[in-house]
Design a protein around this ligand. Structure first.
Ligand code: NDP
Ligand code: MG
Length: 407
């Protein structure tokens, strides 16, 4: 062995230590894209823990490929492979977040099921790369109270964009933020058009390939509503300072307007590997994922339009719940999760999603959003939503034409 090998890259003083990463929800859309990032940069990242809910086969294959010593499977029912530790049960993601030898924990679990893992990561003093927006929606005050400066790095593309923009703008110079949304597959449709939407149509997102829950949320614009709440908690904007603008091309991800009327725009190819790798490697920037770059000469027309909140009522409901505060956002989120699950299972019509969410919000008596309070309210809202869905069935009239009201 030559002397130079002993020095390795350190001779040049610029080889960073690999970042140790735990990926919660590794079998999902964000989780597998995070592993693509690791695969593309094996010298930059070391995966030390992975979790999934029930897809043990994929989890095992990932553990083998990336030589991962700690695994979690919330649904259980799997043997630990030799040389690994396996945690199971409903708290598995949180337990893995805490126990993992990781400096960064990527929470890519779907739904409020990710809340305990978010809190456990923060409590353990680890950096949280947060894709699981539902934990901020359900318990934003609690989560932010536990987070130290810079401890949360956003993964959601709009929030990653805002995070990048806000690094170079003084807080007192910011007038408002805008998050963009593609408008989903039903942009431009009327409420009547949406009466017969089926699952396949709702899952045909024009820009992003994502997990089923967020894809349905994108089609109803609930995803933008959840993102408005996410932006409020992450960056401290009031709800009057956060707007949604529909931008079908998916090229601009967020905008920040300063007090003097200047607008800072974040544009990038619509590829989640970019915000994921930035959250894992921050403050470093790695190469363009898949070599994709915007070609401004051929990009063509970028368009912007207001969201149609009469047709896509979930966005209006989210703003209402957000402004009411306390446990209303947790109820909004839980009722939506149950309604979307029922739609995906064929137990609820598409336009039933906002109806169910609205009815559960109407019935809610808010309480202080302690962890116990949030968990209690989450369970209550799920029960209420399930009961409403069971009584209404999938094919009952979804709309009362002309009134806008649905009850
Ligand atoms: P997926 O449905 O594709 O993946 C979800 C992951 O969470 C899977 O690994 C799944 O395991 C696991 N999981 C499911 N239920 C539970 C549970 N009860 N407890 C623990 N783990 C569970 O979702 P996405 O990757 O699309 O989304 C993940 C999060 O990232 C969501 O909060 C979403 O809003 C957010 N996000 C996603 C984007 C995207 O492009 N996909 C963009 C921006 C944000 P299993 O496979 O075993 O079921
Ligand atoms: Mg987003």
């Amino acid at each position: 062995m030559s002397d130079i090998d002993d020095y390795g890259d350190d001779l040049f003083g610029d080889a960073p230590e690999p970042v140790s990463v735990a990926i919660l929800g590794s079998t999902g859309s964000i989780g597998t894209q995070a592993l693509e990032v690791v695969r593309a940069h094996p010298d930059r990242f070391k995966v030390t823990a992975l979790t999934a809910h029930s897809d043990g086969d994929t989890l095992l294959a990932q553990a083998k490929e990336f030589d991962v010593p700690l695994l979690g499977l919330t649904a259980g029912g799997m043997e630990a492979p030799a040389g690994t530790t396996l945690v199971d049960g409903s708290m598995a993601s949180a337990e893995v977040a805490e126990a993992a030898e990781a400096s960064v924990v990527l929470n890519a679990v779907v739904g409020a099921a990710g809340l305990q893992a978010t809190l456990a990561t923060l409590r353990a003093g680890k950096t949280l790369a947060l894709a699981n927006k539902e934990s901020l929606v359900a318990a934003g005050e609690l989560v932010m109270a536990k987070a130290g400066p810079g401890q949360i790095r956003p993964v959601d593309s709009e929030h990653s964009a805002l995070w990048q923009l806000l690094h170079s703008i003084a807080p007192d110079q910011v007038r408002r933020a805008l998050v963009t949304g593609s408008g989903g597959p039903f942009r431009g449709r009327t409420r009547e058009d949406l009466g017969n939407v089926d699952v396949q149509q709702a899952l045909a997102h024009p820009v992003w390939a994502m997990g089923p829950k967020i894809t349905v949320d994108s089609s109803t614009l609930m995803n933008k509503g959840l993102e408005v709440i996410e932006a409020h908690f992450l960056f401290g904007f009031t709800y009057d300072e956060i707007d949604v603008v529909i931008h079908p091309q998916g090229t601009v991800h967020a905008l920040v307007e300063t007090v003097d009327g200047a607008v800072f725009v974040h544009a990038a190819p619509p590829d989640m590997r970019l915000p994921i790798q930035l959250a894992l490697a921050w403050p470093d920037r790695l190469g363009a994922p898949g070599g994709k770059r915007l070609d401004w000469a051929t990009l063509g027309t970028l368009t912007f339009e207001p969201p149609d909140t009469d047709t896509f009522r979930c966005l209006a409901l989210a703003y209402q719940a957000a402004r009411l505060g306390d446990t209303y956002p947790a109820v909004l989120n839980a009722a939506n999760e149950v309604a979307v699950g029922a739609f995906l299972d064929g137990r609820l019509a598409y336009l039933g999603i906002p109806d169910v969410v609205e009815r559960v919000l109407d019935a809610h008596e808010p309480i202080a959003p302690s962890l116990e309070g949030v968990l209690e309210v989450d369970a209550w809202a799920r029960g209420q939503a399930s009961a409403i869905i069971a009584t209404r069935g999938p094919s009952r009239p979804r709309i009362d034409p002309g009134s806008g009201a649905t009850r």
